[in-house]
Design a protein around this ligand. Structure first.
Ligand code: SF4
Length: 147
């Protein structure tokens, strides 16, 4: 029998936060250009909480991968060669709330500040006190932990 995941309550709570983001979606016209996934082009890498990195790592593992492989154009390693996110259901909060200027721009901080605080509280609950980190580094560490 598989061992129960001790982080299950926090992972479920994070999924609930992601669902809430969808429920309070603002009008945006994302045309899936994936510009925002090209961190080195935009100069902006999403910051993620520890619990977000762990959920994203579960998405990587669910897709059959055990480690990150660099993207050929230096974009997010989760961006597939078909131009789609390979962990879409597990993608971090920043990917759900950041939109390029053409799509209408990022959600205003005050629109989601309470959800960010709830994610930070989840990190506290699992004993992580180092704050949010750049996505790739945090994801690599989370994958290591899942090994
Ligand atoms: S996780 Fe997915 S949506 Fe987010 S930057 Fe990477 S490829 Fe894009």
């Amino acid at each position: 029998m598989p061992k129960p995941n001790p982080l299950r309550p926090q992972l479920d709570a994070l999924r609930a936060i992601y669902a809430e983001v969808e429920q309070r979606a603002l009008p945006r016209q994302c045309e899936m250009r994936t510009t925002c996934c090209h961190f080195r082009v935009t100069g902006k890498t999403p910051l993620v909480t520890r619990i977000e990195a762990l959920l994203a790592a579960q998405g990587v593992r669910a897709s059959g991968r055990k480690k990150l492989v660099a993207h050929p154009q230096d974009a997010c390693p989760m961006l597939g060669v078909n131009g789609r996110c390979t962990i879409y259901a597990h993608r971090p909060f920043g990917c759900r709330t950041h939109f390029c200027a053409e799509a209408g721009g990022p959600y205003p901080r005050q629109h989601v500040a309470d959800l960010i605080r709830r994610m930070e509280a989840l990190d506290e609950a699992i004993g992580w006190h180092e704050g949010s980190r750049p996505f790739e580094a945090a994801l690599e560490d989370a994958l290591e932990e899942l090994r």
